[in-house]
Design a protein around this ligand. Structure first.
Ligand SMILES: NC(=O)c1ccc[n+]([C@@H]2O[C@H](COP(=O)([O-])OP(=O)(O)OC[C@H]3O[C@@H](n4cnc5c(N)ncnc54)[C@H](O)[C@@H]3O)[C@@H](O)[C@H]2O)c1
Length: 252
């Protein structure tokens, strides 16, 4: 087992990649603090993890709520003493809204969830783990954080920002026992599209321009396997990297 005696904190664990990552880490022996807003989904995840080598503990939390999510980290450090692995996975889409059509409300919601959330969580986590033996951060970015039109303006800006945050933390703390990497998934079959309720027709048309070149949709578990590599000592020399997992879409 690759994560025995490790404690992990995974946001957005109620569905999709976060759900798959929590189960994968628990199967490898970790104690996983699974964080999300939908308590009933987290409780179902805890049940699903019965019999695995590690365990999953559910905690309600909204990554866009600075004080609330900081408190969840405070409590987790108090309860477990350490958090070896941090996975900033929670994220929302942006209705494919191009800049001219993007409201302040939508911009703030997407940036607060996808970028400020990971920043606030990294800050609290670093202040817990820097004097605690270090550890590993994994940020779920996106192909939309590497290319200009896989989504709307706010999602694209948020994921480019996450990659910048990843690289900055990676280099700043490289000699202090911290590694920080990002995963850039392509299209993965999850619930994320459910959040697209009233998309911009123009933005959707522009953001779909490259979809014909997409070889296939990925499965959440295929991303969890990359997360496991980054969480474990198998990736001990990997720091500041963005690992693309998109079935070859961006190779075109
Ligand atoms: N599915 C894709 O095609 C794809 C591609 C690239 C990147 N991503 C990224 O992968 C990550 C995981 O998304 P997914 O595809 O598994 O979708 P998903 O919708 O199944 O999972 C996202 C999770 O984040 C949670 N979440 C959203 N806002 C939150 C908040 N404020 N506080 C706490 N939890 C919150 C959701 O409830 C959900 O559990 C996201 O960061 C997303 O941007 C997804």
């Amino acid at each position: 087992m690759k994560l025995q005696n490790k404690t992990a904190f995974v946001t957005g664990a109620s569905s999709g990649m976060g759900h798959a990552i929590a189960l994968k880490f628990a199967a490898e022996g970790a104690t996983v603090i699974a964080v999300a807003r939908r308590r009933e989904k987290l409780d179902a995840l805890v049940k699903e993890s019965a019999g695995l080598a590690g365990k999953i503990i559910a905690k309600s939390g909204d990554v866009a709520d600075v004080d609330g999510i900081t408190k969840v980290l405070d409590e987790s450090f108090a309860e477990f003493g350490k958090i070896d692995i941090l996975v900033n996975n929670a994220g929302v889409m942006d209705e494919m809204m191009p800049a001219a059509e993007c409201s302040d409300e939508l911009w703030d919601k997407v940036i607060d969830t996808n970028l400020r959330g990971p920043f606030v969580i990294c800050r609290r986590w670093l202040n817990g783990q820097l004097d605690n033996g270090g550890g590993v951060i994994i940020n779920t970015a996106s192909i939309g954080g590497l290319f200009g039109s896989r989504a709307g303006a706010s999602y694209t800006a948020s994921k480019f920002g996450v990659i910048g945050l990843t690289k900055n933390i990676a280099f700043m703390y490289a000699q202090k026992g911290i590694r920080c990497n990002a995963i850039a998934p392509g299209s993965v079959a999850t619930e994320i599209a459910v959040g697209i309720k009233n998309p911009s027709a123009f933005g959707m048309e522009r953001a779909s321009a490259g979809m014909g070149a997409n070889p296939r949709y990925g499965e959440a578990d295929e991303i969890a396997k990359v997360a496991l590599f980054l969480a474990s000592d198998d990736s001990s020399f990997v720091n500041g990297a963005v690992i693309t997992a998109d079935g070859g879409w961006s190779a075109y």
